[in-house]
Structures are given as C-alpha cells and as structure tokens.
Design a protein around this ligand. Structure first.
Ligand code: CO
Length: 195
C-alpha cells in the first residue's frame, strides 16, 4: 500500500464499521480511557500490540521502542510507566519482545547503523552479561535466546523501578509479565511460565 490517501480511506471505512458495530463506541472512549494493561513492546511493524492480543482501542496503554527496552534513564518510557501505574492504575504490565528482533540481531553482529548503536548498546551489555550461555549458540538460535533474555531483563527493570515498587508497596494490584511473540506463527509465549 504505497498511496497515503489509502490510509485515510481505510480510516473512514474503519470508523464507520466500528460505529455500526457499537454506536456508542467513540462516544464512550472520548470521555475517558480505562485500560487494564500496559504494553511495552518493540517498534517492529510486525508486532502491533492491540492486534496480536485482539483488543480494541481503549483496552491497552502502549509504549514501543526498538527492542522493547526499559532503560532507567529513559524519561519517555518512565513517563509512560508512571502514568500507567499511578494514574491509569493498570493491573498488568506486559513486556513483549519478539523472536528475530532486528535490534537484538544488530547488537550481536556489531554492524554500524548510526545513532541507534547507542540505544542498542543496552543489548550489547546484555550479550556480554550472558556470554557464557550464548557462546554455544549460533545464528538465529543465538539471536532468539538473546531476544528471550532481553525480555526477562526488561521485566526485571520494570519490577525494580521505583514507580512500580512504590505501587506494590502501597498494595496496588500489579502483575508483570514477560512475553515473547513469534513472527512465524503469531503465537505469544509466556517466558516465566515456560522457563
Ligand atoms: Co524488534
């Protein structure tokens, strides 16, 4: 789809169909959002949050960046986290990576891509941290294991964050999930219940 006008046409068709299915849909959503989930995922165009868990607009608060990182000094991510936890009071924080993540792969092969190399340095650090576990693995297997380790690590970063710690400390109901999505078959795997 190369014609940008097509997107506006798609939008009009979608809004009409949505209104037809639920005449109050936009009216309700325009008043407030009340999502139960915060999604922290990769920017990859093949991993759209709402679509892969089959949720509607209003159901999920979303933060996406290259390789689904939760960096302690990233005020963008932290602002999303704070708003989601303190104001929206989401009940679940989902860190969802995906196999074959280009960001993870780029960090492993050490190609020079420009500014983004600084961002991917976080994954290089992770590859160093887990180098013994990764050493016997090759190619895509190595990339995919680092994709999993990255999700688990970012979920730890969420759990350790002061915003989350304070919320849990005051008894707020909050669960953190480590998920990974497979581009091959569209399935999500829960890494914590499978490891
Ligand atoms: Co990715």
């Amino acid at each position: 789809m190369s014609d940008i006008k097509q997107l506006i046409e798609n939008n009009q068709r979608w809004s009409e169909a949505t209104t037809k299915a639920d005449p109050e849909f936009f009216n309700k959503l325009s008043k407030r959002q009340n999502p139960e989930y915060l999604w922290i995922g990769c920017s990859d165009s093949r991993v759209p949050a709402n679509q892969i868990v089959d949720l509607l607009p209003g159901d999920i608060f979303v933060h996406r960046n290259v390789a689904n990182l939760v960096v302690h000094t990233d005020f963008n991510c932290l602002s999303v986290l704070q708003y989601a936890v303190d104001i929206l009071q989401v009940k679940h924080i989902i860190v969802c990576g995906h196999y074959g993540c280009g960001g993870v792969e780029a960090a492993l092969v050490n190609n020079k891509l420009g500014l983004i190399d600084n961002w991917l340095g976080h994954i290089r650090d992770l590859a160093t941290k887990y180098k013994e576990e990764l050493a016997p693995l090759q190619g895509q297997e190595k990339v995919n294991r680092l994709c999993e380790l990255n999700v688990l690590e970012q979920a730890i970063n969420v759990r350790r964050n002061a915003i989350v710690q304070e919320a849990i400390g005051r008894g707020q109901e909050l669960q953190i999930h480590s998920w990974i999505y497979s581009l091959n078959n569209g399935h999500i795997k829960d890494l914590e219940s499978h490891n």
